[in-house]
Ligand binder design. Structure first.
Ligand SMILES: *Cc1c(COP(=O)(O)O)cnc(C)c1O
Length: 388
């Protein structure tokens, strides 16, 4: 029985060469993650730069599941899947714009694993592990470092905090990837959170349906659906990530009544074209995933080569609204450097704003005038404003 295809077979490694039962087992996928140059050479033909980047790599560790590696083009260094997991020498170049903690999470941390930035919701970082390390990772300051995962004491502290902050009705569990925890551990976390009556919804942020869809087992889904209302946001960046396995994983989650959203990062050379984002978003609604956010790439150190200008993001949004189903249109957001939170950025559809009318343009650039209501109250406040 062959576990890994041999080097030098000539053909790109196909799943046919592998034992299917093992391939479909998420523990097998994790245990057989590719983490060394030697192992990766079984899968991809690498450029000298890629080889050097893997050998000298000192920042974010390198790891990819066999499943995700198999989606990459063996020969194309520009392959959008490959560029998301193969280290790049440019990750070692830091520029003055870089910020170790790009979204200012530490300044809003209650505990190192609990970020409370918005009035009614918190972010719980349940683990620093991931199945595949994304080269554009924004939490590279902590991800993949010391394999730390939330324990009983941390969970008790979290529950105490939530109990004393009844204004928090939404707990977003992220990391790292929380779905790398075993079913029992997840059940324990969700049960603990659910004991706090003021917690209305729990959300899970994960990339497992993309990088290790085998994780979405019927048993996992059975655990998750005990804790409704539970929502899930999945990190998708490219239409090629929507495979049959991924669609099946999302289908199992959706069948269990878990509303699915996507979070994508605008990545230069990977998805920074309207056509690609359109294809991605259309593909997502077809697998019952509602595009939620398109993120401007954060200022995490060593990710400058992934950043596209906001102008590019706005041009992409311009080609979404009106062109594709409104259900497939995400919100484009910038997570403000230093901790300001998410700021929506969008094409401007308001051409002129007057007291009694607004001039708007539509997606085809045709102009429309909308008369504005003149209520007594606003008339009075206008009068006051004129006096000032
Ligand atoms: C993104 C984020 C949230 C959730 O934001 P929504 O806009 O409600 O999806 C909550 N807390 C932190 C710290 C975040 O970064």
């Amino acid at each position: 029985m062959k576990i890994m295809p041999d080097a030098g077979e000539g053909e790109p490694p196909g799943r046919g060469a592998l034992n299917r039962a093992e391939w479909n087992d998420w523990h097998w996928q994790l245990q057989h993650r590719i983490t060394t140059l030697k192992a990766l050479l079984h899968w991809l033909s690498l450029t000298p730069e890629e080889i050097e980047a893997i050998e000298t790599e000192g920042g974010l560790p390198f790891a990819v599941t066999p499943y995700f590696a198999a989606l990459a083009d063996r020969y194309d260094p520009q392959c959008p899947i490959r560029r998301q997991f193969v280290p790049d020498l440019r990750e070692q170049q830091f520029i003055p714009d870089d910020l170790a903690d790009p979204c200012g999470e530490e300044k809003h941390s209650v505990f190192p694993w609990l970020v409370h930035r918005y009035p009614d919701r918190v972010l719980l970082l349940a683990t620093d592990g991931c199945a595949t390390f994304c080269r554009h990772c924004t939490r590279r300051r902590m991800v993949g470092r010391c394999r730390s995962t939330i324990d009983r004491t941390m969970l008790d502290l979290t529950v105490d905090y939530l109990a004393s902050h009844p204004e928090v009705g939404d707990v977003l569990i992220s990391g790292g990837d929380p779905l790398l925890l075993e079913d029992g551990a997840l059940d324990e976390i969700l049960t603990a959170l659910r004991r706090v009556p003021s917690v209305r919804i729990v959300r899970i942020g994960t990339r497992t349906p993309v990088t290790i869809p085998q994780r979405i087992t019927p048993e996992l889904v059975g655990v998750l659906k005990k804790h409704h209302p539970l929502w899930m946001n999945i990190h998708f960046n490219h239409p090629r990530e929507i495979t049959e396995e991924c669609a099946e994983a999302c289908g199992r989650l959706a069948d269990a009544g878990i509303p699915l959203g996507s979070q994508s990062v605008l990545l230069a050379g990977i998805n920074d074209r309207p056509k690609i984002i359109r294809e991605l978003c259309r593909g997502l609604i077809a697998i019952r995933v509602r595009p939620y956010y398109l993120y401007q790439c954060d200022l995490a150190p060593g990710t400058a080569h992934f950043r596209a200008p906001v102008k590019t993001g706005i041009a992409i949004m311009e080609k979404l609204r009106g062109h594709i189903s409104g259900l497939a249109v995400p919100a484009y957001v910038v997570d403000a450097p230093g901790g300001g939170g998410k700021i929506p950025v969008s094409p401007n559809y308001i051409i002129n704003c007057e007291r009694n009318k607004i001039l708007l343009r539509n997606w085809e650039n045709r102009l429309f005038e909308l008369p504005q209501p003149r209520t007594g109250k606003s008339a009075r406040s206008r009068a006051r404003a004129r006096l000032r």
